[in-house]
Design a binder for this molecule. Structure first.
Ligand code: GLC
Length: 751
């Protein structure tokens, strides 16, 4: 018996070896990726190569029945975006794998920005949790759900820094600080990609938009962006560097230009900086039709010149313009492009597909059972609730009116966003994800599900929020009556999901519509108001804040948003979020950010009384709420700042210790922030820059020592020759609870 088994096993081994040996190298999973890429490249025709560089959209504005089967069969499609669902993507993948000469699998791509079917808080909101584990985990869950639905790559994280809330895409980033945004970028890349891209549970990330798109002039999306190389290096590049160092699998070019040349054709940006300086040697894709935009902008005289510029700038994949497909072969035939440029681009696309394991099992991402089990699973929803409440920011809490106490028996929930669902999902979550509005827990529902049975909850819309025009004034009297008959009002205001996000630029940041009129009418009843903001971007909330006893910034909190709000208002969770973007007093203050540079006429201290200083005559120059700000239901005391050295050399590490004590009666979490200010430097530097943060949990009366390590790099900057240097001199060390609430100061000298 034993002998027979051995013989059978031997025969099987020989058979599989011969099968493997019959397989071309590129399909032999025992061979290294480099060899397999080389092999398949050597077998490809020029037409097949060009097809791999063409990214088609499944959703074709012109033709709703847009089915790409024919194009795929002809080998003209390398990747597809906006095609979702195992059923649909499996059908298309079969065409590519079984009906083309070499069977090169497709890559399916989507904007999985803050969740796939389970929607998490929009990214700017999520960043306010300062909890990198949460941020990584939500990306990991999004990847699990997206990959279960046949998606291989997501166009995220978006890491554009913006100082302008008029720009609707400010909601997609991680706020105004490049240092913190870098940690968030890395966390999101790690969450999406995991440790094994071929696991079938992860997706490839695509960090965007390279670079400086957030500088859109006047906050208008797609407008020109004009900034110096210094600003590029100090503000816009750090999160990209962090994403690349975290292993991001692809980069997307921005619509905008750098130094007058659109990113998609900018050799300084894409070759000198991205490829050479940042060492990014993977797949570079354009944003939507940005190759064709070169003609529109007038940089290229025609489509062929635009294609020439893009391929010569190292752009690998053409998203939806179709111009690579249309012109690359001709440009090769005319000797205008070297085939090596094409081969290099195709190589990077193929490497991405090999890394995703698509050549070994092109159908691994297509499992309907897994799709059903994974999307919206209970543990994903539970985490969405945790993520939502941990990023909400308590902006005001007079007389500790929150958490609501047991004496409150009749609550009026009023406001145009109180009973809305889609508006809790954001532009991306509501429009371009698989998130379903009817799966969202509204603020009203969240409260109803959470209050004690003896609490009566009544609802009134108050005003209509349906665009920017005044609507629903006639609804106010009913809301006022309800408020008058209640113990307290929870007022839910903000913006509709489509008012921010891509193309969502607004000229002023007043609360849209006549929400402020509603605020005033409810305030006139004299009833205490707890306001809840549902918004993607900062708004001018002066009036709301003045008229409310408490204000909770809930952002666009996602599928479980209403429960997250209720958890905080009812005291099930002590709010711990802190702003990662400044809230201006009004539109006139824009751009406003915490890491501003010193001027010769700073309006601080006594100087504030002078006319001849850097200030406005009508309002302060400080924001309504600053970067790093957020309240808790408890209080924290900072003490005992200890620096390991007063004088350091470039080789030293400076250890900074501070004691933080919870001096309240309940458990709370604090985001301890370290800021450093270079007092004298050859190039003007910000008064303070965030160089450390730590979110810690403390029981009542508990004290923890928080330690930060400061190295040479934390004291360095680009000098006049754009060299990254640390100059000798003194540095202010500031530790605090926000950029404006510095609790302890010290200084250190770099020799
Ligand atoms: C859009 C956006 C980009 C997005 C892409 C695909 O225009 O600028 O962020 O990933 O097109 O939808």
């Amino acid at each position: 018996m034993k002998k027979t088994t051995t013989i059978v096993l031997l025969l099987l081994a020989v058979a599989s070896l011969s099968a493997q040996s019959k397989k071309p190298v590129y399909l032999d999973s025992t061979k290294p990726i480099e060899l397999r890429v080389k092999n398949v490249l050597s077998l490809m025709t020029l037409k097949e190569k060009v097809g791999q560089l063409n990214l088609e959209t499944f959703v074709n504005e012109n033709d709703t029945k847009n089915d790409l089967s024919d194009k795929i069969k002809k080998g003209d499609v390398g990747s597809i975006l906006k095609s979702n669902g195992v059923k649909n993507n499996l059908r298309l993948q079969k065409v590519a794998v079984e009906q083309t000469r070499l069977g090169i699998p497709l890559m399916f791509e989507e904007d999985v920005i803050h969740g796939y079917r389970t929607i998490f808080p929009s990214p700017l909101g999520e960043s306010a949790s300062w909890n990198l584990d949460n941020i990584e985990k939500s990306a990991s869950i999004a990847a699990k759900e997206a990959s279960a639905s046949g998606i291989h790559l997501t166009y995220a994280p978006m890491v554009d820094i913006s100082y302008d809330p008029r720009w609707g895409r400010i909601l997609e980033g991680a706020g105004e600080d490049p240092y913190y945004a870098s940690f968030v970028a890395a966390a999101r890349v790690k969450g999406f990609q995991g440790t094994n891209l071929a696991s079938g549970q992860n997706v490839m990330a695509c960090v965007k938009h390279f670079a400086g798109y957030g500088a859109a002039l006047a906050g208008r999306d797609y407008n020109i962006a004009d900034f110096s190389e210094r600003t590029l290096r100090e503000i816009y590049l750090p999160p990209f560097r962090a994403a690349i160092n975290a292993g991001v699998g692809s980069v997307m070019t921005a619509y905008s230009a750098y130094d007058g040349v659109p990113a998609t054709a900018n050799k300084k940006l894409l070759i000198d900086i991205l490829r050479r300086e940042l060492g990014f040697d993977k797949m570079l894709i354009t944003d939507w039709a940005t190759i064709n935009n070169l003609v529109k902008i007038g940089i290229a005289s025609d489509e062929k010149e635009a294609v020439l510029m893009a391929i010569n700038s190292g752009v690998d994949v053409d998203m939806t313009s179709g111009l690579y497909l249309k012109h690359l072969e001709a440009l090769i035939a005319e000797g205008k492009i070297n085939i090596k440029s094409i081969d290099k681009a195709v190589e990077r696309v193929l490497i991405a597909k090999f890394k995703l394991g698509l050549f070994d099992d092109p159908y691994k991402f297509f499992n309907e059972q897994r799709e059903k089990e994974t999307l919206l699973s209970p543990d994903h929803l539970e985490f969405a609730r945790k993520s939502a409440r941990e990023c909400m920011v308590l902006l005001k809490n007079d007389n500790k009116i929150l958490p609501l106490n047991k004496s409150i028996k009749k609550i009026a929930v009023i406001g145009p966003l109180a009973n809305r669902q889609k508006d809790l999902l954001s532009w991306w979550g509501g429009n371009y994800s698989q998130g379903k509005p009817d799966e969202v827990i509204s603020v009203l529902e969240g409260l109803k599900k959470s209050v004690n049975s003896y609490v009566e909850i009544n609802y009134a819309e108050g005003v209509k929020l349906d665009g920017f025009d005044p609507k629903g004034l006639e609804l106010i009297p009913e809301a006022v009556k309800l408020a008058s008959e209640s113990d307290l009002v929870i007022l839910v205001v903000g913006e509709e999901y489509w008012m921010s996000g891509e193309g969502g630029s607004i000229s002023n940041i007043n609360l849209p519509g006549i929400q402020d009129e509603l605020v005033n009418a409810i305030a006139n009843t004299g009833k205490p108001i707890v306001s809840v903001l549902v918004n993607g971007r900062p708004f001018d909330i002066q009036n709301l804040t003045n008229k409310s006893m408490a204000v909770l910034e809930a952002w666009q909190p996602g599928t479980m948003g209403g429960l997250g709000v209720a958890d905080i208002l009812l005291g099930k969770y002590n709010p711990s979020g802190k702003l990662t973007v400044s809230f201006p007093i009004n539109t006139g203050q824009i751009p406003i950010y915490y890491n501003y540079k010193r001027t010769s006429h700073d309006a601080t201290g006594e100087a504030l009384k002078n006319r001849w200083v850097n200030k406005y005559l009508d309002i302060p120059t400080t924001p309504l709420f600053p970067f790093g700000y957020g309240l808790s239901y408890t209080t924290f005391v900072y003490s005992n700042l200890i620096l390991s050295k007063q004088i350091i050399t470039e080789k030293d590490e400076l250890v900074i210790d501070v004691d933080v004590t919870n001096t309240g009666k309940i458990f709370g979490e604090e985001v301890v922030q370290l800021y450093i200010g270079d007092i004298v430097s050859s190039v003007s530097r910000p008064l303070k820059e965030l160089k450390g943060f730590r979110k810690i949990g403390l029981d009542p009366n508990e004290k923890k020592v928080v330690s930060f390590i400061v190295k040479k790099d934390d004291l360095s900057f680009y000098n006049q020759n754009m060299k990254w240097v640390a100059e000798p001199g003194k540095f202010n060390i500031m530790v605090g609870a926000s950029s404006e609430d510095i609790r302890l100061n010290g200084s250190v000298e770099l020799k």
